[in-house]
Structures are given as C-alpha cells and as structure tokens.
Design a binder for this molecule. Sequence first.
Ligand code: APR
Length: 261
Amino acid sequence: MRAGGSGPVREAARILDGRRNAVALTGAGISVESGIPSFRGTQGMWTKYDPMEYATLHAFMRSPRKVWEMLSEMISVCGGAAPNAAHKGLAALEEMGVVRAVITQNVDGLHQAAGSRRVIEYHGNLDELICVHCWKRYPTRDRWTPGGVPLCDCGEVLKPNVVLFGESIPWLPQEQAEEEARACGVLLVIGTSAQVSPACDIPRIAKESGAAVIEINPEETSLSGNVTDIHLRGSASDAIRLLLKELSPGDEAPPSAPSGH
Ligand code: APR
C-alpha cells in the first residue's frame, strides 16, 4: 500500500473521525515493539512454556513454584518495558476525543503508562498479588523479588491477580468491556490473534451493535474477512502513526505504510 494516506488508512481515519467514539481492543501484539513477546507465533511465550503446564489455574494450584518460573520472567520483562508509539498513539487518540476506552487483554500496564485514562484490564494485571487461600492482596513490588516465589502472611504461595486459563473474567471488566463494545461506533482491534474466549467475542458484540471493525495486525486472524471491515496489515505503531497523520494533518512524514485491503 502507498505510504501516507492510502485507501484503507484514509477510509479508517474517515470513519474514526466521523464517529469519534471508538474503543480499542488490544492484545499482546501491541506490546511486541516494547520488547514483550507475544504468546503465539514463532517467538511466542507458548513455544517456551506449555500453557497447560504453566498458565492454567489448575497448574498453579498443583505446582505454584513451577508456574512462578514463567511468572517471574513475565514480571521481569514487563517491568523493564516502556510504552511504544502504538500505546502513546492510542493515548493521543483518546486525548483527541477519537478513542473513548481501551479494553486490553495485556497485563503489562503499558496503556496506563502511555497516558490512556480509561483502560479496562480484561485479564487483570501483574501489579498485584493475591492469595488463593485467604484472599489477602499485596502490591507485587512488596512481595516479589526476581526469581523468588512470593508468600502470603498465611504461608501460601501468592498468585499475580491475572486471569489464568480456567479462571473466569472478573465480572466488572467483563461488564464494562461488553458495555463499551455495544456503545462504540468503531472497534479498533489491535495486535490480537482473537483465539481466546471470551475476549475474542468482543469484536462480534461490537459488530452486531453496528460498529465498524478496524483490525491492525501484520497477519490474518479469524476476524479478518468476516467481522473485520478494514484490515490495516502492519505493525501497530506504523498503522497508528498513519491514522494519527490522517486525523491531524500537518504532522511529520509517516514511516513505511502497512499493507491493507
Ligand atoms: N503490531 C500488531 N500486531 C502484532 C505485532 C505488531 N508489531 N506483532 C505481532 N502482532 C500480532 C500477531 O500477528 C498476533 O495476531 O499480535 C497477535 C498476538 O497474538 P497472541 O500472541 O495470541 O496474543 P493475544 O491475542 O493477546 O492472546 C490473547 O491469550 O494466552 C492468552 O491470556 C493470554 O491475553 C492473552 C490471550
């Protein structure tokens, strides 16, 4: 696709500007450019850690210290990561009144670090630890040290307050996310393989409520070609930079453009 305001980018920007009540649904792909590996794909976390052995509630209850081998790596990598141009661009779109909320599957806190104000953390976040025996909670920084296994005052191993496979989504973020999906005029689906339920149902809820679905991903996903109306094929940072350029003309020249249909 030509650099700059080409067909799909210009069309996406026209829709975003016309409706000005977009919601973003983000996945691990938006944080890849911050150095945080995605889960699937050739360099994904799930090629190194079998999710059935490391990322289910059952695995945690059975072998919490083994699961902390993966959790420690996640906390260390996320702790050292900074928001990238895509996170910052989404925050700018919220400031401009184009985006009203971000629903994120990510637990890295980078949307808030980038300045996004309304962030719905669908899978929780790594900042808090919870005891699955006495329900006491602690800030992660107070109880976790690199490579360590954090313990509750009751002596049990603590768990990050993130949703593992086999856990249900906390009711509040689930309600908030569905409400935003039903109310939005545009759903920006950024950096998710759309393979994990119930997050992957959000695009369909938005579509059935009349929203236009704009997907930003270098790859095709199960959404492309059916739920997706416009697929901006490329990295999140490139696509969002191009959208920002279209929505606020007069900015600096854009980088290479994502391809799209
Ligand atoms: N920009 C945009 N998208 C990208 C980029 C990038 N720079 N790099 C990779 N992607 C895309 C990939 O093509 C893929 O479609 O990001 C997606 C990442 O997919 P997953 O690794 O499956 O991550 P995600 O969709 O967030 O997973 C959902 O699954 O394992 C659970 O709880 C975990 O929240 C996670 C959920």
